[in-house]
Design a protein around this ligand. Structure first.
Ligand SMILES: [Zn+2]
Length: 447
């Protein structure tokens, strides 16, 4: 049986074993975001969200002020978000509408924009008269809870729901689809945080995460990279078509706005071209352009370019007093492909029935000349059910070493190429869970 046929069998098996949709943790990834629920930004990059109260009375003015204060000084302070209004809701109020319920469990009826204009979209409790009790000062309870619930209102799911969080709490509510930072025990959104709701204080990763999503305070819209000029420079004339492809990709992308896209038409001295070790090099010259250059790289990776085939080069240090405000994109011929080497690949069938499938996976890898594997090992002991339940997809590739991310994604591509449904394969970044020692093997789990 050749590898391709083997995989047809794998596809059949996976159809039989398919239970849940795979989530593919974001490779750089604790914030757990539902991407489509992000509130839109205005052209200046600011996200303005109206907040109103369904049933305010004069007797709860103090409590409402605590909520407003807690939100303005947390999410509203660290990200480019402006919560406005805070008056009584009317029938046509948009944004977040809050019901004050003295006996209810605080909650939101969805994430992010799902709450837009929804009556009673958020429920807060100021008196704790029902079975939801406050065991500390009421002011603290009200503030801590508000920070958590507004996290939901910004599109954040529970951190402990994540497939990569080692937390004994049961997942609650819907999971996100964008893990912005590594699983974060200190998040205000994590039930496993020993500090309840992190005492209303955003963790460092909460801050980073919300800034990735909504931008820094006063910053411009994070989604669009604005540039004066992007210069495309083919190192030799025979790669002009490659440079043109890059130009087309970047000029048609809605994430990039450049006043001009220019192409170098003269040959480049070999000395210069030889300096580049990868097919695409993005050079920036102004300090402020670092994020833009990395944004261009992200775009190319999203388009299917190999992460390892693109370098971002910081030219700031070699510039004198003249700092150009363009970015250069250099192209050269692909270097001779190197073989991807692994010290070890561990195959872990979650049940005896999966044994056959992991063996087929091994055959495929074995049959691929680009891979060089020193050792394969197969787990023979039964896998605890909990461990199996945590896997985000029927087939999960885990890497533990920061350098192995590209290899793990390469492996995913290979298996997809052989017919394994790509949505059934997850790559799990285990690096944040390791301390100091980063094993150099890959694990391939099957359930
Ligand atoms: Zn919650």
């Amino acid at each position: 049986m050749n590898a391709r046929n083997s995989f047809l069998l794998v596809v059949l098996c996976s159809l039989l074993t398919l239970t849940t949709r795979a989530q593919d943790p974001h490779p750089i990834s604790g914030i757990n975001m539902l991407k489509d629920s992000r509130w839109p930004s205005r052209p200046d990059g600011r996200t303005v969200i109206e907040v109103s109260w369904e049933n305010p009375t004069s007797s709860d003015a103090q409590q409402r002020a605590w909520v407003r204060d807690a939100i303005t000084n947390s999410w509203g302070k660290v990200a480019n978000i402006n919560f406005t209004g805070w008056g009584a809701a009317t029938a046509s109020s948009e944004g977040i509408r809050i019901r004050i319920d003295p006996t209810g469990h605080p909650h939101t009826k969805g994430l992010g924009t799902m709450l837009d204009g929804k009556p009673d979209g958020m429920v807060l409790n100021f008196d704790f008269l029902g079975d939801f009790k406050c065991r500390i000062s009421k002011e603290d309870c009200i503030k801590f809870i508000a920070v958590h619930e507004f996290g939901h209102a910004l599109g954040l799911a529970h951190e402990h729901n994540r497939a990569d969080c080692l937390c004994n709490e049961d997942p609650q509510g819907s999971d996100g689809d964008f893990y912005v930072t590594p699983c974060d025990l200190a998040s205000v959104m994590n039930y496993c945080n020993p500090k309840w709701s992190n005492h209303g204080r955003l963790s460092p990763n909460d801050v980073v995460g919300i800034q990735v999503i909504y931008g820094k305070p006063g910053g411009s819209a994070p989604a669009v990279t604005e540039l004066k000029e992007i210069r495309f420079i083919p190192c030799t004339m025979d790669v002009t078509d490659k440079a043109n492809t890059l130009r087309q990709l970047m000029s048609k992308s809605s994430a990039i706005r450049a006043a001009s896209f220019t192409m170098e038409t003269k040959p480049v001295p070999t000395k210069v071209a030889d300096k580049f070790s990868v097919p695409v090099t993005i050079r920036y010259f102004a300090d402020n352009d670092e994020a833009k250059a990395n944004g261009l790289k992200k775009l190319l990776v999203a388009e299917g370019y190999d992460d390892d085939a693109i370098n971002v080069e910081n030219m700031v240090a070699v510039m004198g007093s003249t700092i150009p405000d363009y970015i250069e994109v250099w192209t050269k011929t692909d270097p001779v492909p190197t073989r991807t080497k692994f010290d070890e690949i561990r195959l872990i069938p979650c049940t005896a029935a999966d044994r056959e499938i992991v063996r087929l996976v091994r055959k495929v890898i074995d049959a691929t000349p680009e891979y060089e594997v020193k050792a394969f090992s197969e787990e023979k002991n039964a896998v605890p059910q909990r461990a199996a339940d945590r896997l985000p997809a029927p087939l999960t590739i885990r890497f533990f070493h920061p350098d192995d991310e590209g290899k793990a994604y390469g492996m995913k591509k290979l298996l997809a190429l052989y017919g394994y449904p790509i949505d059934d394969i997850a790559v799990e970044n285990m690096v944040p869970r390791m301390s100091k020692v980063y094993p150099s093997y890959l694990e391939i789990w099957h359930k």
